[in-house]
Design a protein around this ligand. Structure first.
Ligand code: SF4
Ligand code: SF4
Length: 635
């Protein structure tokens, strides 16, 4: 039964233990929730005002309009764009947080932080068209922070956000401008979505969806600025060998799991843990302090520092069931509220850190950039204290972990290619796409969902695409799935890649000093790092003189669940990328909205949603799309 819930071998080990201990997990709650509400699944229920809730009868026998007169198309469109607004708010708030930290560093107010990658900071300044001549690093940082914060403040509707303007192809910007969907101000666009979806406002599904696309592009803007400024502050990822799955938790160490999304906290916790290692040893932990990652905070510290990843989204509770996590430190997003209750079943300190993200039963350490070192010391000391209470008889660490080579940002991908052609690094990639050695590129993103056996769709699709010579990039919990299942290794390339892809990966990897091929799937980072993949695509498109919707490039979120995934998927479509969803989006109660997103979008934007729940068929469909794009390019 366990294998139907998850294909992660750690889950097979720990779910029976959870059951024996009387601990309810996400899969138990999923089962208890059946049957789930069909109206909600179709997106046709509305709770926007207190005359409701209203729901439209999908079979046509009952009400076809809500009490105010809204029909299914209006209700579905309003619901989905509110999801986009929530996703965009999450990512852009993360970005704002990082931008304000950069500003604080520039002003010398934040002793815990520094500019670790000056080259990246200068590159970002150049990208934003900021003159750096004669300027020192704090002055450049201040100018970059100012230009970035303008994306939250600009009131000129005709002036697009700085980051999106600096990132996309000219043709794409013109196309989006013509549709009036280029965001001018992230906050304003999110506010507009909430305003236009109030009772008695925008009722036109097409207009609503266009507003949602603008919101999704605001999400893209927020992600771009979040990752680039994080690189300047914390370092740009480069390839590093590490490990993934719950076997990275050590029995003889103080284990601290960092979980959530925002690197501002986890970076300082990692640093302070190094300084407090001796204290952990004195407390009896002969292996000192062991930091492990969960979800996208895990991905952030993994690609920058090689910190091992313990779990992706669905396994977060199982990390606690090992009985060996002494502290779970959480920041924002994707943290199941159940973790505090499960932590309390053991000795684990679950520590929330953000004023806007608290969980009943957890310990709260109010994290502020100004007091980051002090906050991190308190967190690590709490973990050491908890370790002293650990019951060794309840420790069950599954003996599963896989090697993972991670840390493939734009710079490292271009750097690896430059070892083949220093003058023109993109040329080897373009040549191999043109001659068909690489048929196309697939970006895997998104979450885990209880609607799918954990990790199964990611792994099935990747193996099929690899055999058909598709180069694969991954982010977020998708990247976590591949890392846990051994697909971020050189061995996986040798085993699963088609002959021509294998030859290319081997040539690049060998030339870049990896003594063998690149890993089968390239780990680009967390959910916000999806924008890194766009940068690679834009560079290729610019070089070929085409737009993104002409490239043999596809995206897939086979196990999507979050509102953030709705925002990401929508901007991916808006950028011209055919985007697969492997879980059913809550829009099918409106034929009009479904048609807009899966068909009309293709004419308007070049990108469109492709929904296919069977991962084998989904891979086939993406291969067809790739071949169609190749034909369009005449290759
Ligand atoms: S906004 Fe209209 S459809 Fe929605 S709950 Fe109120 S009356 Fe019902
Ligand atoms: S990929 Fe999805 S589940 Fe995973 S951390 Fe990101 S939003 Fe959360």
């Amino acid at each position: 039964m366990t294998m139907k819930l998850s294909t992660d071998p750690s889950a097979a080990t720990l779910l029976p233990i959870a059951k024996k201990e009387g601990i309810s997990t996400v899969w138990d709650r999923h089962r208890a929730m059946q049957p789930q509400c069909g109206f909600g699944q179709l997106g046709v229920c509305c709770r926007i005002c207190w005359k409701g809730p209203c729901r439209i009868d999908p079979f046509g026998d009952g009400p076809q309009r809500g009490i105010c007169g809204a029909d299914a198309d209006t209700i579905v469109a309003r619901n989905v764009i509110r999801m986009i607004a929530a996703g965009a708010a999450g990512h852009s708030e993360h970005g704002r947080h990082v931008a304000l930290a950069l500003q604080g560093v520039a002003e010398g107010r934040l002793p815990a932080y520094q500019i670790r990658d000056e080259v990246k900071l200068r590159a970002v300044a150049a990208k934003l068209d900021i003159c750096t001549e004669g300027q020192d690093i704090p002055a450049i940082a201040a100018a970059v922070a100012k230009a970035t914060l303008e994306d939250f403040q600009n009131q000129d509707h005709d002036a697009p956000c700085n980051w999106i303007e600096a990132t996309l192809t000219k043709k794409r910007l013109e196309r989006l401008q013509a549709l009036h969907v280029l965001p001018h101000n992230i906050d304003a666009v999110i506010t507009q979505i909430m305003g236009r979806t109030l009772v008695g406002c925008d009722a036109d599904p097409v207009n609503l969806i266009l507003g949602g696309i603008k919101g999704a592009l605001a999400d893209f803007d927020g992600m771009c600025l979040a990752i680039e400024l994080s690189d300047a502050l914390f370092g740009t990822p480069s390839p590093v060998i590490t490990a993934a799955n719950l076997g990275v938790i050590k029995p003889d160490a103080v284990n601290i799991a960092v979980h959530g999304h925002n690197p501002l906290l986890s970076e300082v916790v990692c640093e302070v843990a190094g300084q407090m290692d001796e204290e952990a040893r004195k407390a009896g932990a002969k292996d000192g302090i062991n930091i492990v990652g969960i979800c996208c905070t895990g991905n952030e510290v993994m690609v920058r520092h090689g910190i091992p990843l313990a779990a992706n989204y669905l396994s977060q509770e199982l990390a606690l069931v090992t009985g060996a996590v002494d502290a779970m430190v959480v920041d924002v997003q994707c943290i199941m509220p159940s973790v505090s209750e499960i932590g309390a079943c053991f000795h684990t300190a679950v520590i929330t850190t953000m004023a806007e993200n608290k969980i009943p039963g957890a310990t709260h350490v109010d994290f502020k950039e100004e007091t980051a070192l002090e906050n991190a010391r308190r967190i690590v000391a709490t973990a050491i204290e908890a370790y002293k209470r650990r019951d060794p008889r309840r420790v069950n660490i599954p003996d599963f972990k896989q090697t993972a080579i991670v840390g493939f940002g734009v710079e490292s991908v271009v750097g690896a290619l430059a070892t083949l052609n220093a003058e023109d690094p993109l040329q080897p990639l373009i040549e191999n796409i043109a001659n068909g050695n690489i048929r196309g590129i697939a970006l895997f993103a998104g979450c885990n969902s209880t609607q799918v056996a954990q990790d199964s769709s990611f792994v099935t699709m990747a193996k099929k695409l690899a055999a058909n010579n598709v180069l694969m990039l991954a982010t977020g919990c998708g990247a976590g799935s591949f890392a846990k299942h051994g697909l971020m290794t050189q061995e996986a390339t040798l085993e699963y890649a088609g002959d021509s892809l294998k030859a290319v990966m081997t040539a690049i990897g060998t030339s870049a000093g990896l003594n063998g091929p690149l890993p089968l799937v390239l780990h680009m980072g967390s959910c916000v790092d999806n924008s890194r993949a766009v940068q690679v695509a834009v560079a290729v498109a610019d070089k070929l003189g085409v737009d993104l919707d002409q490239l043999p490039l596809v995206a897939s979120a086979p196990e999507a669940m979050s509102e953030k995934a709705v925002a990401i998927g929508t901007w991916s479509v808006a950028l011209g990328i055919p985007t697969h969803l492997g879980t059913m989006p809550q829009v099918t109660g409106s034929a009009k909205v479904t048609e807009l997103l899966t068909q009309t979008a293709k004419d308007l934007l070049g990108g469109y949603f492709l929904v296919e729940l069977d991962p084998n068929l989904a891979a086939d469909k993406l291969l067809e799309v790739i071949e169609e794009r190749r034909k369009g390019l005449g290759i």
